[in-house]
Design a protein around this ligand. Structure first.
Ligand SMILES: [Zn+2]
Length: 273
């Protein structure tokens, strides 16, 4: 959390509101959230913070993009400022309250203030010249042929493969369960054992679930909020995630929960084979 639909919702919200604005200042009292860029090999968090600050102040935000679960501010310098929200990170625009968990404040031209808030401080901020190189292809942009190629020879179990950001980017624990429910595939199957028809079903399920979740503006359980502090609506319409003991809406079987790779996994024992 947050996953592709939540990050996409945030990016779509920010895009018309901050594109074309100049970064006037950046302040943080939590240097540990800053990570070194791809080129710079600095390790001291305070120095990374100062370096990042120096690189972004005075630059214009040309566009806001998403790479996997990263939000990218594309700067007029050609560099990108990347934010990964990890577990509890939030982006807020012009919030009317201050919080002790505000980790970074960016003031933009036109009186716009962007806050990165993170209770648990797992989120990270960094510069990246080529953010597309940091993660695997996007499930909404990849072709069916490439999707199949990336999964079919893999020995790992399909749920873990879907969560692996180097194979396909953007899917996390909630949507992996939802996708496998729609595709009718058991979470513990191995990538190499999936038939061509099953991989096609999985591909279509990814697109269907992620697009639907973007339409619903993501899933709010605890921390995820849109930058205007409102909630996403996918949780109410989810099919299987955290529905342990409830009836499957497809066939009435009771939804089960197991733990796969330390992640709670929910599935229908009847139609997911
Ligand atoms: Zn079912």
């Amino acid at each position: 959390m947050p996953e592709l639909p939540e990050v996409e919702t945030i990016v779509r919200y920010l895009r018309p509101r901050i594109c074309g604005r100049r970064i006037l200042s950046m302040e943080s009292d939590t240097p540990r959230i800053f990570r070194g860029s791809q080129r710079q090999q600095i390790t001291n968090p305070k120095r990374i913070y100062e370096y990042t600050r120096h690189a972004v102040i005075g630059k214009k935000i040309k566009s806001v993009e998403r790479f996997g679960k990263n939000i990218a501010f594309v700067l007029s310098s050609g560099n990108n400022l990347l934010i990964h929200l990890m577990m509890t990170g939030q982006i807020l625009l012009n919030p009317d309250r201050k919080s002790p968990h505000d980790r970074m404040r960016i003031d933009l031209s036109g009186g716009v203030r962007l806050i990165f808030n993170d209770v648990r401080k797992f989120g990270r901020v960094r510069l990246a010249a080529n953010p597309q190189d940091l993660v695997g292809p996007d499930p909404l942009k990849i072709s069916l042929a490439e999707f199949r190629n990336r999964l079919r020879k893999k020995n790992g179990i399909i749920k873990s493969l879907l969560l692996n950001q180097n194979i396909i980017s953007g899917i996390g624990n909630i949507y992996a369960d939802e996708v496998l429910w729609f595709a009718g595939i058991r979470s513990l199957r191995r990538g190499r054992d999936l038939s061509s028809a099953e991989l096609s079903r999985l591909y279509r399920a990814c697109r269907r679930v992620l697009k639907n979740a973007i339409n619903k503006e993501g899933t709010t359980m605890r921390n995820y909020r849109k930058p205007d502090d409102s909630e996403g609506g996918y949780y109410a319409v989810r099919k299987v995630y955290q529905r342990t003991g409830e009836k499957c809406s497809r066939d009435g079987a009771i939804i089960k929960r197991i733990v796969v790779g330390q992640r709670a996994t929910h599935f229908c024992p009847k139609h997911q084979k």
